[in-house]
Design a protein around this ligand. Structure first.
Ligand code: ADP
Length: 486
């Protein structure tokens, strides 16, 4: 669609009349010996020029004005519109018909050339759009990016894309795109579109034959229907593809989750089996023919049963926390007591280990759920035990920092590579080469992080490969908590 501006048309009509007047003046005053056919040919030539350059309306005006001037100034009797000779009537008629037909032909050729150029430009833009749409960022909303790219490539005033899956509309450019979110939603739900020429607005459903995935509104553009349909098809393909990819990612995550769960079960089975084997061995020895019940063996049974008991309780608690059941029962606590109590539960495991506690005498009290914080400390200490050399010491420190107490657990083990540091707090994440050698579930640090965060604290790690690892976490002190409540 080629739109004309009224002022431009008026200027062109005026210029057309000037050209005809100029030719008339030339033949009248300068080249007055030319015969009527030559003069008619000059007018015809001018009319054709006007038709090619400007359009049919101007050409039509040129031919009528030319005819009138020819009649008035050059066909006898001159200075009247009356014609004495019938031959002149024929000349005039032939002039008019030729001028109009030739103008029409010339403008339609011009129109076709313009149309071809426009189609070529549209094709180029569609190609550009398809190229940029292939590069949409998976982290950002697809519909939003589609809207931006259509506006960019086609240079239109405003674009709005409605995504049915998220039930959201993304707008680019003019904020006053004259269509409401509700209408766009309706267009997607009913799979219907419309064109409002007055508002220069086109609305199309986005679908690939099946249920529409959304709808598209383009505002303030002169884009052909074919191109509009191609744009909506491209947008629908990209949205369908994003949807299919999201489903595939979710399925992959579910599959990984399943794999993780079975790994978790394997690890738990391993943890439970170790004390059970000791109990079984001790009990079998006692039962051994004639052997008197040895105190030591009974002691082993008792110890290992205790270990099993605390393992079961700990597992249940961790499973609850993992399921989001994290209720805190906060009380005033001394950080050192929390450290001591958690080590007490690891007594058997720590028997031959060099564990040092460093804490200043005037540490402020913290507001904490003792059981959960002890679980966190135990988690960090167990990791130090698991991953560091049994001969190396473990250092547990508590120091005051700002409005909190910072507790840290340091080991002199293998350390963690920088690339893995970011991920060790993720659920089920285990560093590759450990997974085969040392049993574990990959959820211990996740739970530790959840507990610390629930207390309003921070947890982080510092590690140097080959030198060791130190985990830190903070707990807000009592005064700080009181202040927050106020
Ligand atoms: P798990 O120990 O059961 O694998 P965690 O969530 O406790 O799970 O730890 C995640 C991963 O972080 C471990 O698999 C291990 O690779 C690494 N990691 C944790 N603590 C240490 C540590 N003290 N030294 C070296 N690596 C550690």
């Amino acid at each position: 669609m080629i739109t004309r501006k009224p002022i431009q048309t008026l200027v062109r009509i005026f210029a057309t009349l000037l050209i005809i007047a100029g030719i008339t003046a030339f033949h009248f005053f300068v080249f007055n010996q030319a015969n009527s056919t030559t003069i008619a040919m000059t007018f015809l030539l001018a009319t054709l020029g006007v038709a090619t350059g400007w359009g049919l309306l101007e050409a039509f005006i040129a031919s009528v004005a030319g005819m009138l001037c020819l009649n008035f100034f050059f066909l006898r009797p001159i200075f009247t519109f009356y014609l004495a000779d019938t031959q002149n009537w024929v000349t005039l008629f032939v002039f008019l018909v030729t001028a109009v037909v030739a103008s029409q032909l010339s403008t339609s050729v011009k129109q076709r050339a313009l149309e071809a150029t426009r189609q070529r430009e549209e094709m180029e833009r569609l190609y550009e759009l398809s190229r940029t749409l292939m590069l949409v960022d998976k982290q950002l909303p697809t519909a939003g990016q589609i809207s931006q790219r259509i506006a960019q490539v086609f240079g239109v005033s405003g674009v709005a894309v409605f995504d049915r899956e998220t039930d959201q509309t993304y707008r680019t450019g003019a904020m006053d795109v004259p269509i409401s979110d509700t209408k766009l939603r309706d267009s997607a739900l009913q799979a219907t579109g419309f064109h409002d020429p007055e508002a220069n607005l086109s609305v199309l459903p986005l679908s690939l034959g099946r249920e529409p995935v959304g709808s598209l509104a383009i505002y303030g553009a002169s884009i052909s229907d074919t191109a509009l349909h191609a744009i909506s098809n491209l947008a629908a393909i990209v949205m369908e593809r994003a949807r299919a990819e999201a489903v595939a990612t979710r399925m992959e995550a579910a599959r990984q989750n399943e794999a993780m769960k079975s790994m978790l079960l394997d690890a738990l089975a391993h943890e439970f089996k170790t004390p059970l084997t000791s109990i079984k061995a001790a009990a079998s020895s006692i039962l051994d023919a004639g052997a008197p019940a040895q105190k030591e063996l009974v002691a082993v049974i008792e110890e290992e049963s205790d270990r099993l008991d605390s393992l079961v309780s700990e597992t249940i608690r961790m499973a609850r926390i993992e399921a989001g059941d994290l209720r805190l029962e906060r009380r005033r606590q001394a950080a050192v007591d929390l450290i001591r109590a958690s080590l007490e539960k690891l007594r058997i495991l720590l028997e031959d280990r060099d564990v040092r506690i460093e804490a200043g005498p005037d540490l402020p009290e913290v507001m904490a759920d003792a059981e959960l914080v002890e679980l966190t400390i135990r988690q960090l200490v167990t990791n130090a035990l698991k991953y560091a050399n049994p001969e190396s010491p473990i250092l547990i420190r508590a120091v005051p920092v700002d409005d909190a107490v910072r507790i840290s657990v340091k080991d002199f083990g293998p350390g963690i590579a920088p690339k893995n540091l970011q991920r060790i707090f993720e659920k089920y994440y285990r560093v590759e080469h450990n997974t085969r050698r040392i049993p574990g579930t990959g959820i211990g640090l996740t739970i530790a992080r959840d507990i610390v965060k629930a207390h309003g604290g921070e947890i982080w790690v510092e590690s140097v490969l080959g030198e060791g690892t130190e985990f830190f976490f903070t707990l807000p002190v009592v005064e700080k908590m009181a202040e927050q409540k106020r």
